[in-house]
Design a protein around this ligand. Sequence first.
Ligand SMILES: [Fe+2]
Ligand SMILES: [Fe+2]
Length: 361
Amino acid sequence: MDKILAEHRRQVGGFEVVEIDEKQIDALRGQLDVDVPMDLRWTWNYASEVEELRALYERGKKGQWNAETDVDWSIPFPRDEWFLPKEGLQLLPSVLAIAGADDATCRAAAFDEFAWTFSQLLHGEQAALQLCGQLTNACPTMDAKFYAASQVVDEARHIEVIAKFLQRKVGTIYPIGGTLKVLLDKLLEADTWKMKTLGMQCLFEGMAVGIFDMIQKGSTNPLLSDVIRRVKQDEARHAAFGVLTMRRTVRDATPDEMAEMEDFSYSVLETLNANQQLDMLRDLAPKYGLDPDSVVLMLLGQEDWARFNSDVFMHTVVPNLARLGLITERTEAKYRAHGILYGDRFGHGVDADVQASLRGQ
Ligand SMILES: [Fe+2]
Ligand SMILES: [Fe+2]
């Protein structure tokens, strides 16, 4: 399988990064129509065939919430207060703190970076909404259709709550980064419902659970904490749907199909990692007197780079792939070499929300 965005690769300190230049990003963002192969499948079996999916659907029904009325929008989100740890979680304030910048500068950078990251999550939520719409049509069992349909509502609510947070409390929605747009289009364009489930439900929902959990653990703002807690509980169900469905898919797959799924997963995660936040750094670093490539170079030079770089991947997505048998000796070394897999490939145990969803509780 060829590398994604092979023509946009270059070396920074011996590491191959991916970055799309400014002009091409505008064209990419302007590409609103995506040619999606659309399968639609009827089923005449209205009884439950996949018990664990039906249980997850029931859990989803109980877990519904209203983004307008259940969230207390009167809670302030002040620009001049720390709401995430100063160092270790976000890139810009960590680098600025090491460089000796004053607290106000670090705080301003943290606010900007959060706005940027949250905007990317918003665009990702839109892709999830579109993809679940496709799954509702294409999945073969009524249980999967029920589940996918309920996830469509979840994703609409996530778009609503994150967009409102950005509009009401932050004041900015940043446009989608180039690497993310290309990857999301790839997932939406995937040929079969199985590959769509792998791409969106396993890879991206797995990443989402990791990112939301890290923000949730670090947040000291009650409004942000509440929004993230609610969204993350939903995302845990979505990741569980990915795992439950992929378990069955993997059980029936031929060796060739397994290899295809393993390669697809690797190439998507490798590309995501190869951006090394350059899309964010290009938008924000110059404002704080930092050069994007120099920041990446500095990070890559850290002795424990692989450990902190792999954090978000090792949270959910890599352990889930490993358990499904979609990371084997064939790709494990490559994951390790790129700082995506670190330590035990099964991670530190399953996220509590995902675990509860897998049990259908
Ligand atoms: Fe979502
Ligand atoms: Fe989701």
